[in-house]
Design a binder for this molecule. Structure first.
Ligand SMILES: [Zn+2]
Ligand SMILES: [Zn+2]
Length: 361
């Protein structure tokens, strides 16, 4: 039998669905008001009616599909290599001193592609999930787990927006904005007729008026939110990183993960153009490691005589980053989306694409 504490938590979790239910009810009402009251009952011109219904249903399906995906795509767990082994957990528990614990964590982090630190330069560790936080990963107290490339916890979808569903969230914003703009634009002339007594005196006229108010108000707020997230995608920042820049070896750097607008866009939307507008997963990478122009990632291929990337500014000497192997997912991203094993690069004797990348302006 489940303990009563966990039953209480489950009861509370049901309440988290209220905002989703609220949105769903508004969408269902807008469907009825637009399709039945406006298109079928009010619009008389057959051509106009068909075109409106056709475009409306395309937008409606894409909007509901992307909303569904944002809600029900479960956050991915960090790869198991980021979790502490049983022996490491015991070792960590035995140590009381923070410095000794950090020593253990630094030893484990040595073999992982982790480049960010806490503000104080310590290894980022989650003592709830017992794992070393991958870059851009944060613990969400609402979801009670570590979320890869966490953007924010969104009550309107009752889910965390992060690596697994960020593309869906962007499409959800885009399609909901288009949906509201389309409804506002096509409802406008009937809204004017409402005030000039041009509409027949039925209950449909009030639905048409409320529909215009609701759609135009949502359009304004969605436009701001969508524009802000487009800017974040172009800059390769999450909402959390926009408020607090990720801390690297040389200190905080808000552009630490930026590879240039085009590559930043493809990191979220993928290389396949035909997938960009569809709410199917096509983001690049594994969510745990991210290419950065700040770190020389290949120990075999030093880019400067000292073996350090010249772009690295004054490093925090007490927390030197060991060189890390570059993952396949990172290589692909840095590789401009072309196939692995670029012959040109091999001829130059540089196997690590991180060394040849140039930041786009
Ligand atoms: Zn956690
Ligand atoms: Zn969350």
């Amino acid at each position: 039998m489940a303990p009563s504490g966990s039953r209480n938590v489950d009861c509370w979790r049901v309440l988290y669905w209220i905002p989703v239910l609220f949105i769903s009810l508004i969408v269902a009402w807008s469907y009825y008001a637009y399709v039945v009251q406006l298109c079928i009952d009010t619009i008389e011109n057959m051509g106009e009616k068909i075109v409106y219904l056709l475009v409306y249903h395309v937008l409606f399906i894409m909007f509901v599909w992307s909303y569904w995906q944002t809600i029900f795509t479960k956050p991915m767990n960090p790869l198991k290599e980021f979790h502490l082994s049983h022996s490491d957990k015991e070792l960590l528990e035995r140590e009381d001193r923070r410095e000794s614990q950090q020593e253990i964590l630094r030893r484990i982090a040595k073999d992982l592609p982790i480049y960010t630190r806490t503000m104080s330069g310590a290894i980022r560790y989650c003592d709830h999930c017992l794992l070393l936080k991958p870059d851009r990963c944060h613990h969400c107290s609402a979801c009670d787990m570590c979320i890869l490339k966490m953007d924010h916890h969104c009550p309107w979808v009752n889910n965390c927006v992060g690596f697994a569903n960020y593309k869906f969230f962007m499409l959800f914003l885009a399609y909901s904005l288009l949906y509201c703009l389309f409804v506002t634009a096509t409802d406008l002339q009937y809204f004017i007729q409402f005030w000039t007594n041009g509409l027949p005196d039925t209950q449909a006229k009030f639905q048409i008026m409320f529909l215009f108010f609701a759609a135009s108000m949502f359009s304004v707020s969605l436009a701001f939110l969508f524009a802000y997230h487009c800017w974040l995608v172009c800059k390769n920042r999450s909402t959390l990183e926009a408020f607090r820049a990720p801390t690297f070896q040389h200190g905080p750097d808000k552009d630490g993960f930026s590879l240039g607008t085009s590559k930043n866009f493809r990191q979220v939307f993928g290389n396949e153009k035909k997938c960009w507008l569809l709410p199917v997963f096509s983001s690049l990478g594994d969510g745990c490691s991210y290419p950065t122009c700040l770190v020389n990632a290949d120990p075999e291929q030093p880019s400067s005589p000292s073996g350090r990337n010249p772009s690295i500014k004054s490093a925090g000497e007490s927390h030197q980053f060991p060189p890390k192997p570059l993952r396949e997912s990172q290589s692909r991203l840095l590789n401009n989306g072309q196939s692995e094993g670029n012959e040109d690069r091999d001829k130059r004797g540089t196997s690590n694409p991180a060394l040849t990348i140039e930041k786009e302006t």
